[in-house]
Design a protein around this ligand. Structure first.
Ligand code: RIB
Ligand code: CA
Length: 306
């Protein structure tokens, strides 16, 4: 599967990108970067660090939007992912540079070049995807699927009681993307809150994959400490890896078709809300997951890394 991951790395983004590097059924066409867990510049630096660490120096990185479509810029989620985005691992300067082309133009060009084959997996705010849809009316036709880590139907929110973080960080962009119909799948908190990894899992990962698994284990300490404080859980959800696995293994997820809108103001801003009378095409929302199988597949493939 030809895949572009749109990412705000981010601890669980790093897990998703290393999973993609290890997965034999994924051809990683590129990464596009966005603000959210970090600023867009930090996301680009971190994305370059991740492809270099994974030995994927040839995978291009295209930098994305600096701010949401309408709302003012948000401060990065440093309390969750650390000041530099990788927990308390210090910042490091990558060798490579991003493309001159911006994320939306790269997405449009790749969707055209790989017509009907390209899966786009946004695991951050949806600003770049909305930009691509607005710049190229054929973008939605050209892609094979858009599989988003984001949203929540019955699980409530994680950044507010109503909203999941990726949607909250650009609700206007999300509302545009969620009108793109059944090619859109939402892998939201309804399923990602069921896929949990503990420090023991990360220690085992690091024992089998000292370099990359060790990096994820080191990043996870800060991330799990946040979960312990906020959700009293000694572990973390595999939000972003679940979305990448949903791209290649949809059979592990039970989806329902729902026409959605996104609240763009008020107390529930960023909430993904069923809107059956809106006349919008339904999107596919993951409501159940075989979490044991998804977790085992994630850990098994990460163990193959150096
Ligand atoms: O709500 C979880 C999502 O927000 C994940 O993608 C995480 O990396 C943050 O971007
Ligand atoms: Ca993310």
């Amino acid at each position: 599967m030809k895949l572009i991951i749109d990412t705000d790395p981010g601890v669980d983004d790093a897990m998703a990108i290393f999973y993609a590097a290890a997965a034999p059924d994924i051809e990683l066409i590129g990464l596009t970067t966005i603000f959210g867990n970090v600023t867009t510049e930090m996301a680009t630096r971190n994305a370059l660090r991740l492809v270099e660490a994974a030995g994927l120096e040839d995978v291009p990185v295209a930098q994305g939007a600096q701010k949401p479509l309408v709302l003012p810029p948000f401060p990065p989620s440093a309390d969750v992912h650390g000041a530099e985005g990788f927990g308390d691992i210090p910042a490091a300067t990558p060798k490579g540079q991003p493309l001159d082309e911006d994320a939306a133009d790269f997405l449009i060009r790749m969707a055209h070049a790989h017509k009907g084959e390209l899966v786009v997996c946004p695991i951050g705010p949806l600003t770049n995807i909305a930009e691509a849809l607005q710049r190229d009316p054929k973008f939605a036709d050209n892609v094979k699927a858009i599989v988003i880590m984001g949203g929540s139907l019955e699980e409530g929110g994680n950044i507010t009681p109503f909203a999941e973080a990726n949607i909250y960080h650009d609700p206007h962009a999300a509302d545009i993307v969620l009108q793109a119909g059944e090619k859109v799948t939402l892998v939201g908190l309804d399923v990602t809150h069921r896929i949990l990894c503990t420090p023991t899992d990360f220690d085992a990962m690091a024992a089998q994959s000292p370099e990359l698994g060790g990096m994820l284990r080191d990043m996870s300490h800060f991330y799990i400490a946040f979960y312990k404080r906020m959700r009293d859980f000694a572990g973390c959800s595999l939000h972003d890896p679940a979305a990448v696995i949903a791209c290649t293994d949809p059979q592990h997820f039970v989806r329902q078709k729902v026409a959605l809108r996104v609240s763009c103001d008020g107390e529930d801003i960023g909430a993904t809300l069923p809107d059956p009378d809106s006349g919008r095409a339904p999107v596919q929302v993951c409501m159940k997951v075989d979490s044991a199988t998804v977790k085992a597949q994630f850990l098994k493939r990460l163990a193959l890394l150096p």
